[in-house]
Design a protein. Structure first.
Length: 138
């Protein structure tokens, strides 16, 4: 199984993202269009970002979402279950059930082998956007 985790060089990704979506290096302003936070939950450290692009008429058109959850600890099966439940609700509410409309991202200090195995299999098999994993800290 190849390494599916990207390492971030930042100590507090949740607050960094809230202050500037481009601050931690997971988005590129040149290719991601206009990003705006439309929901956040400080208790669960989740951020829902709407993505828009400029069309040929020079107006912004919605083109999906990023759903990010930041764990300030190791991500194990319980956290993954919580993430997937929230993702499912967002897909139902915002994307009319279309998982291809939502890019799921998990940021944590690390990931258990069970979580990594599940994500690897999920990303390989599912007809959905792959779950992106980022780690931070030492």
């Amino acid at each position: 199984m190849e390494n599916i985790i990207e390492k971030l060089k930042i100590s507090n990704p949740y607050s960094s993202l809230l202050s500037n979506l481009y601050s931690i290096g997971i988005f590129n302003s040149a290719i991601n269009g206009l990003l705006s936070i439309i929901e956040k939950n400080d208790k669960h450290r989740t951020i829902l970002i709407e993505r828009k692009f400029i069309n040929n008429s020079n107006s912004y058109v919605g083109s999906g979402y990023y759903f990010i959850q930041c764990f300030n600890f190791f991500c194990n099966e319980n956290e993954l279950k919580q993430f997937r439940n929230t993702l499912e609700n967002i897909v139902k509410q915002k994307a009319k059930g279309n998982y291809m409309e939502v890019d799921p991202i998990i940021i944590a200090t690390g990931f258990s082998p069970d979580v990594l195995n599940f994500i690897y299999q999920y990303n390989r098999i599912q007809r959905r956007k792959p779950i992106q994993l980022f780690s931070y800290g030492e």
